[in-house]
Design a protein around this ligand. Sequence first.
Ligand SMILES: NC(=O)c1ccc[n+]([C@@H]2O[C@H](COP(=O)([O-])OP(=O)(O)OC[C@H]3O[C@@H](n4cnc5c(N)ncnc54)[C@H](O)[C@@H]3O)[C@@H](O)[C@H]2O)c1
Length: 362
Amino acid sequence: MDVVVVTGSAGLVGGEAVRALASRFDLVVGVDNGMRRQLFGPAGSVADNLADVERIPNYRHHRVDVRDGSALGTLFGEYGTDVRLVVHTAGQPSGVWAADRPVADLEVNAVGTMTVLEAVRRHSPSAVVVLTSTTKVYGDLSDSLPLVETDTRWEIDPAHPYHEHGVDESVRLGGNRTFSAVSKLAADLAAQSYAGLLGLRVGVFRCGSVTGARQAGVEQSGFLSHLVRSAVRGATFPVIGHGGKQVRDVLDARDLVEMFWHFYLDPRPGEVYHAGGGRERSTSILELIARYEYLTGQEVRFEYVPEHRFADVRCWITDTRKFRRDYPGWRPAHDLGDVLRSVHEHWVEVDPIGLSGSPVTS
Ligand SMILES: NC(=O)c1ccc[n+]([C@@H]2O[C@H](COP(=O)([O-])OP(=O)(O)OC[C@H]3O[C@@H](n4cnc5c(N)ncnc54)[C@H](O)[C@@H]3O)[C@@H](O)[C@H]2O)c1
């Protein structure tokens, strides 16, 4: 039997991994303890997404905490060497949340990841593992690149080599970073050592801004989803810092999962890859608001918050050419317009007035 284990299976990336991989494996084993609601309140709940993946006939859910080595040992012990692929997405994604609870954040992101890798090593050592790291491991380093300010965005100076394709994997670690970036970096480095030292077939994906219809976007995590969700329910969206000109490149979670699939088919253990939408899918917040209003006719009410968040960079664009060189079959299938439309349609259908009246920012 071919088994794929997806941790964080009720979350954005995990849920899309379950949907995409269910037809490619005999069994999808999901691990998620619903912690996103505990992190961000009712608006962060992933219960709807979990209910949706639970309708998939070959999906089996385990409400397990990835910090619980004993429960993970039992789970991986049950499936053993039938496990072909592990997609590890369970994590604490917010720098804002981590600022008040750095130890709890480290436990979920770093210890949780190592606990998953230990269970794989003991019970399913031939499995391929993909780890969802983050480009935030670089901290605010990209703010030290030469930047230019236009009417709508911050941009890497056109004379700089990173301008055309974005930032590649050779960039050094440095600058300020949030505690959640520290814990993700610890997990990222540990995964590389599990590959280099212990022979696990792990690949590390440093993700930029990943989004999708099923993201439970809140103020602390998932800006595009939160923007659309706020607009649909007529709530005011806070544009935090940098005059709304901060630039991110957006990747649909379904395109990220296809990267994992390509890696699974031809794994390169220990490799680190950037995963993002690239220049074509880059946008500032101001540009995103304008594009969303144009596409949907839905007004976005927003207010400026002058102070930017700690280590929140003015411009990040991801260079994915290393991955595309190693896996030429991969190209993102969804452009920014697709992403905006699908997120809009989701929130119009699911949450026209908010989650039982609870604030999106809870
Ligand atoms: N979405 C992005 O823009 C982005 C960018 C860079 C990195 N990442 C990383 O990718 C991964 C997936 O991101 P996402 O957007 O799907 O996040 P998400 O919050 O939507 O999903 C994460 C899931 O993990 C679960 N979870 C959290 N702690 C857990 C624990 N201790 N045990 C079991 N389950 C737990 C949550 O309930 C949630 O369903 C995360 O590790 C995140 O840090 C995401």
